[in-house]
Write a protein that binds this ligand. Structure first.
Ligand SMILES: [Zn+2]
Length: 233
């Protein structure tokens, strides 16, 4: 196509109405290109492990569950920043062992609190959870004021039953975090330092930002926490 053929008639450009139409068309095309570019970026975000999800942004889908009441048959142990709840008959030694699989450097005082057999096992477990929380805060460089509840069910089936009670949806999750209740839900079958650090990541991210980050961004950050839990620093 020659250049000549591309030239518009002078009368066309002189007409101001046509100029405005061209300008508006320009904006429409630019906007469409932007939307396409954003869609392209979205597709490049890698798939995330949806066994861990963040339910912060689902206020409409959540059932009212009164968590202020003590659950019969459950025990609770509280520290400065968190409350651990579990069925009173579960084997706390199993729970403790599951939270000791990852190794990262901690202060002598911290180590004494979670490793010294002189302390009660509940105290050691919650000290270990606090150590993990501190580590997660370091990785994210975010330290919001936060009180987390961790509810440990006996089995994944019981955990998913709790999910059904809250959301009336059936899923198979190892763990999930509900920001509305500031609670991490998991089970003795699946709990580990990795699972807990991932969900603590969600709790910290959701408390740190005044506007909730998009779920995929929060998921990537929480996954990053788990992957870097035992990096030296
Ligand atoms: Zn997640």
């Amino acid at each position: 196509m020659t250049e000549k053929k591309l030239k518009m008639p002078k009368s066309f450009l002189r007409n101001s109405n046509y100029k405005y139409i061209l300008i508006i068309l320009g904006f429409v095309v630019a906007g469409a290109c932007n939307v396409l570019a954003m869609a392209q970026r979205e597709e490049t975000v890698p798939d995330v492990d949806m066994t861990n999800i963040n339910l912060l942004t689902e206020p409409g889908g959540i059932a009212e569950v009164d968590i202020s009441q003590e659950t019969p048959g459950w025990a609770a142990y509280q520290s400065k920043q968190m409350t651990l709840e579990y069925p009173s008959e579960i084997n706390l030694r199993t729970l403790e062992a599951r939270l000791r699989s990852r190794s990262f450097s901690v202060s002598t005082l911290e180590k004494d609190l979670f490793a010294n057999p002189a302390y009660a096992i509940e105290k050691r477990i919650i000290a270990r959870l606090e150590t993990i929380l501190l580590r997660v805060e370091q990785i994210l460089a975010m330290s919001p004021r936060i009180d987390i509840k961790i509810k440990v069910f006996r089995t994944r089936a019981e955990l998913n039953n709790e999910y059904w009670i809250m959301f009336k949806e059936t899923h198979d999750y190892k763990s999930f975090y509900v920001d509305r209740y500031k609670t991490i839900y998991t089970s003795l079958e699946d709990i580990s330092d990795s699972v807990i650090s991932h969900e603590m990541g969600h709790a910290i991210i959701d408390s740190y930002f005044s506007a909730t980050p998009p779920p995929k961004v929060a998921e990537l950050l929480a996954t990053y926490v788990d992957e870097h839990l035992d990096d030296s620093y």
